[in-house]
Design a protein around this ligand. Structure first.
Ligand SMILES: [Zn+2]
Length: 512
């Protein structure tokens, strides 16, 4: 019960030597079939010992000492004279570990990859080196791919920006069926030739997948998937909002140069200096001042000697402790006045000016500048990105503030209002799959609109009409493909980008 994989051996002894559990055992079967011809044999030729590593017992390294019998094959036709027995469910040819242990290591390798996998197996007392873990992944057979009726296709970056791969998903089983190392019509066409039978192909609108699908899967229905349709529309919307934004942005007002208020420390120094000197003016002596103000004697003497508080403040324009920032404070304040409040950017500029200050320091400085120069008036206009998000968010999910802002902007800008209406109608088609009735009038309206971004989007839809229509009127969509692409990216990140495409492929296809 506890060790089901030992069912076919007779355990003779179990002992712990050092930190290793050693289990002596031998096969139970009285006769064994020859692996070449299948004839049973019980005539033993010789015996020898195999020592496969096994799954750990109580997290202790475990080794089996198996007495293995070599049998004669008495079948006259068989090319083999003798053969060694394999213990069912326990050993395999040339295996230096048991089948169970191999499964455990394979699972760890698939989930974690080489180096982290090696580390985990070590902690589990079934340690295997990084390279061996990687060999395990490579040796795993591909999962069997039956006929894929509904195929989802999408791309992913193999190396950012210059090399893309393709992931193929069975939309019915929701499992990845293959990972191709390129994004091309040829690669998809080849795959479809080798795996005929696709009836539905869900794809983005990049022309290469359409071309690959056209070439080989002539009868398959191509579906422009909704995720990408919406993404294309979102991109067009962002461009549109960016262009329109200049129309509702008031001209920039000359802002007064920013100033730097004095910090708390400087204020404290001024107060104490004034108090000390007021007492001195009255002729009070050092010891009495110390007693009166309850300060340290040395501090008071320092204050008595300083004619002005500035001598004590000492620092630069920030009025705080002297920091590297002080000599550049003027520069920062002037850049801030020009409208630059990015600590990240300012720190880089300072580095170029030779000031080695941390981004944190700059951030704190900018934060104070902001607080000191807060206008206390109306909130600033939303950014193009914010407006894009407002326009693309379902009305029911928009916050009260966004609704008001958007309403206000639409009142001010008729083009934004027109875009907003068109986008709402498209979203409705996406959600309710009403393309059959509504796509044609929508495209016509978009093409007649004064919005070049949406006109271009509409023209693009016409070029891929059948697939777009299918995407907006059938249930098929490769929305789930995005989930698989994200999972793939996660695995790729675990591999620190050093992963070879074939390893990535195995892990994507086989990871449970
Ligand atoms: Zn034989």
């Amino acid at each position: 019960m506890l060790f089901p994989h030992w069912a076919h051996v007779r355990v003779e002894s179990v002992g712990v030597v050092g930190r290793t559990v050693r289990v002596r055992a031998g096969g139970r079967a009285t006769s064994v079939a020859c692996p070449a011809c299948g004839t049973d044999s019980s005539r033993v030729h010789s015996r020898y010992e195999r020592r496969p590593a096994d799954a750990s017992v109580g997290n202790q390294q475990t080794v089996l000492h198996l007495r293995i019998r070599r049998f004669f094959c008495d079948s006259g036709d068989c090319p083999r004279r003798t053969f060694a027995e394999q213990i069912p469910e326990l050993t395999f040819r040339y295996g230096r570990c048991t089948i169970l242990l191999r499964r455990i290591r394979e699972a760890v390798a698939l989930v974690l990859g080489g180096r982290p996998g090696a580390r985990l197996t070590e902690l589990q007392a079934v340690g295997l080196g990084r390279d061996a873990m990687i060999r395990l992944i490579r040796a795993l057979p591909d999962p069997a791919v039956g006929t894929v009726r509904a195929l989802g296709v999408d791309d992913f970056a193999l190396r950012k920006g210059n090399h893309y791969g393709t992931i193929l998903i069975d939309l019915e089983t929701r499992r990845p069926v293959d990972v191709l190392t390129e994004r091309s019509a040829d690669a998809l066409a080849d795959w479809l030739t080798q795996h005929p039978g696709a009836e539905i192909i869900c794809r983005d609108r990049a022309s290469c997948y359409a071309e690959g699908a056209n070439r080989t899967a002539g009868t398959a229905t191509q579906v422009a998937d909704r995720f990408h349709l919406w993404q294309n529309l979102a991109d067009a919307t962002e461009r549109l909002v960016k262009r329109l934004r200049t129309e509702w942005t008031p001209p920039p007002v000359e802002k007064p140069a920013a100033t730097m208020a004095e910090g708390q420390r400087a204020r404290n120094i001024r107060e104490l200096h004034a108090a000390v000197h007021a007492l001195m003016d009255k002729g009070v002596r050092h010891s009495a001042i110390v007693a009166d103000l309850r300060k340290d004697g040395k501090t008071i003497r320092k204050y008595m000697r300083a004619a002005t508080p500035e001598e004590l403040i000492g620092g630069g324009p920030t009025g705080g402790r002297r920091t590297l920032l002080d000599e550049h404070a003027g520069y920062l304040v002037s850049r801030f006045s020009e409208g630059c409040d990015s600590a990240d950017l300012l720190q880089k500029e300072l580095l170029q000016r030779g000031a080695k200050v941390s981004e944190r320091t700059v951030r704190r400085f900018v934060h104070r500048l902001k607080a000191d120069n807060a206008p206390g008036t109306k909130p600033p206009l939303p950014t193009a990105r914010e407006v894009t998000t407002m326009v693309l968010t379902h009305p029911d999910r928009r916050g009260e503030d966004d609704l008001t802002t958007l309403k206000d902007l639409r009142d001010r800008c008729p083009d934004l209002d027109a875009a907003h209406r068109l986008i709402g109608r498209f979203a409705d088609m996406l959600v309710n799959r009403t393309g059959r009735e509504k796509l044609e009038p929508w495209v016509a309206d978009a093409e007649a609109s004064p919005l070049p971004e949406l006109r271009r989007f509409a023209t693009g839809l016409r070029r891929d009409w059948d697939a777009v229509m299918a995407g907006l009127s059938t249930e098929w969509s490769s929305g789930q493909v995005e989930g698989h692409v994200n999972r793939l990216k996660l695995i790729k990140r675990q591999m620190f980008g050093r992963g070879k495409p074939d390893l990535l492929r195995k892990r994507v296809l086989l990871q449970p």
